[in-house]
Design a protein around this ligand. Structure first.
Ligand SMILES: [Zn+2]
Length: 177
């Protein structure tokens, strides 16, 4: 292998990592448009959804009802909650394929399409199964599991994890007494 080939590959991989980071950040932001702790949902308001999209430079927001169905289906797919209903319907949303110098990539002509293109990218690069929903019922925050063996359950061990540990300790001791 010549050194030129190696040198060429390093920046390309670095760029791919940065792309993945951007995709992760965008998909998490979309999944977290509903906030269980604050009891707010960006998708309850057309203005807020539009602001969310333009604030990220994603242009036209895309249909709000579809955004909610897609978000909730995606949250269901990455959630541990066994009581959550399994998504039954297939949702279709158009995402264009754009040729950049002849190389096909997924584009998006609205915010929803851009989020979906990023999500497809995460599925294909193996990052998708590190996207998780914190199971604490007053949290339900979407996060990216960076642990080596994908073992993280809680959004933050310091907050939800410790709180859950304290709760199960109390419950164990309540039944013992
Ligand atoms: Zn949490």
């Amino acid at each position: 292998m010549n050194s030129r080939a190696v040198a060429d590959r390093v920046p390309a991989n670095h760029a791919a990592d940065q792309d993945a980071e951007r995709d992760v950040e965008l998909v998490l932001a979309f999944l977290n448009t509903c906030d269980a702790e604050a009891d707010t949902d960006v998708l309850d308001s057309a203005d807020q959804w539009r602001e969310w999209s333009t604030g990220r430079g994603l242009g036209v927001a895309g249909e709000r009802g579809a955004a909610r169905r897609i978000r909730d289906a995606m949250r269901g797919a990455v959630s541990y909650d066994p009581s959550a209903p399994a998504p039954v319907d297939t949702i279709t949303w158009p995402v264009p394929v754009v040729l950049h110098d002849g190389v096909p990539v997924l584009g998006g002509h609205d915010a929803l399409g851009t989020v979906l293109a990023a999500s497809v990218h995460l599925v294909h690069t193996g990052h998708w199964n590190r996207i998780k929903i914190c199971p604490a019922d007053d949290c339900l925050w979407a996060f990216y599991d960076r642990s080596r063996n994908k073992s993280r359950t809680w959004c933050s061990m310091r907050v939800c994890g410790n709180r859950e540990k304290a709760r199960s300790w109390r419950e164990r001791h309540a039944t013992e007494s």
